[in-house]
Design a protein around this ligand. Structure first.
Ligand SMILES: C[S@@+](CC[C@H](N)C(=O)[O-])C[C@H]1O[C@@H](n2cnc3c(N)ncnc32)[C@H](O)[C@@H]1O
Length: 253
């Protein structure tokens, strides 16, 4: 070998080069992979961890906003049950109901008073406190859970009625929507009342939770039987603002 014919000091240099060069390459490749991985996972808007992190931060901001809102001495939102719900629920077969993003529990407590077996969840512990207190005051059972709609275990074929009334969930999350749909019993209903509005262009991803385009709701539930759908300029029955309001009643086939 060439190395063996060299002066010992030269031999050492060549050996070092042979060892160091590949090591430097490996280190460079690892560094590049780490930087690229970090960029893809954390920085990219579509990166999984980037999205999870953004979701966590957004959730915490929303939770604080609603905790503050539900702690106000004179709440600025309407507290009577949703009118579309009260006019619809009486015609439905009573059973297990899930109220998604139940807030202070106006609709959950109403359903419990009507004899439904109600589970309700929200991220706001302050809202849930009010819901539990009202249910206790009215002597009706209510299972009120602190949970995030994107992570809640909806189950399968579980609910006779699932409520998405002013529930700001990411409606464009196909996986989430699929889990929600599969949790409704065949023959059970989904009742949605949501403002139809986009806070950013529809092509921007991820969408702001709750954003919905005109005509999108019945399209999202096209595999259900659409019992009724309307989009009307009306008063939102949470904040009382005039908006385009979508109301959907859909039945799982
Ligand atoms: C406009 S309020 C409506 C509350 C209730 N649905 C009603 O109609 O009275 C929206 C509620 O959604 C809850 N919320 C927002 N994001 C949520 C999430 N990812 N999971 C569960 N609840 C959420 C908020 O804490 C708040 O109580």
């Amino acid at each position: 070998m060439l190395v063996s014919g060299l002066h010992p000091s030269e031999r050492q240099t060549v050996t070092k080069r042979r060892l160091i060069r590949p090591a430097a390459w490996v280190a460079a490749v690892l560094c590049f992979a780490a930087v690229a991985g970090f960029a893809v996972l954390f920085l990219g808007q579509r990166g999984y961890l980037g999205q999870r992190l953004a979701h966590r931060i957004q959730l915490e901001i929303t939770r604080r906003q609603f905790d503050r809102l539900y702690s106000l001495p004179n709440p600025p939102f309407l507290q009577q049950p949703n009118e579309f719900l009260t006019r619809t629920a009486s015609s439905l077969q009573k059973g297990a109901a899930l109220v998604v993003a139940c807030g202070q529990g106006r609709n959950a407590v109403y359903l419990a008073q009507e004899g439904w077996d109600v589970t309700a969840f929200d991220i706001s512990e302050k809202g849930l406190e009010i819901a539990r207190r009202t249910a206790q005051r009215d002597g009706v059972p209510l299972n009120a859970i602190e949970a995030d709609a994107t992570e809640f275990d909806y189950g399968t074929d579980r609910w006779d009625l699932l409520l998405l009334v002013y529930a700001p969930i990411p409606y464009d999350d196909a996986g989430l929507l699929q889990r929600i749909k599969a949790s409704v019993k065949p023959g059970g209903h989904v009742l949605v009342e949501m403002p139809i509005e986009m806070h950013q262009p529809p092509e921007r991803r991820p969408r702001i939770p709750g954003d919905l385009m005109p005509g999108e709701l019945p399209e999202l539930f096209r595999d259900f039987e659409i019992v009724s759908y309307s989009e009307t300029l009306d008063v939102s029955d949470f904040y009382g603002e005039r908006k385009l309001i979508g109301r959907l009643l859909a039945r799982r086939r």
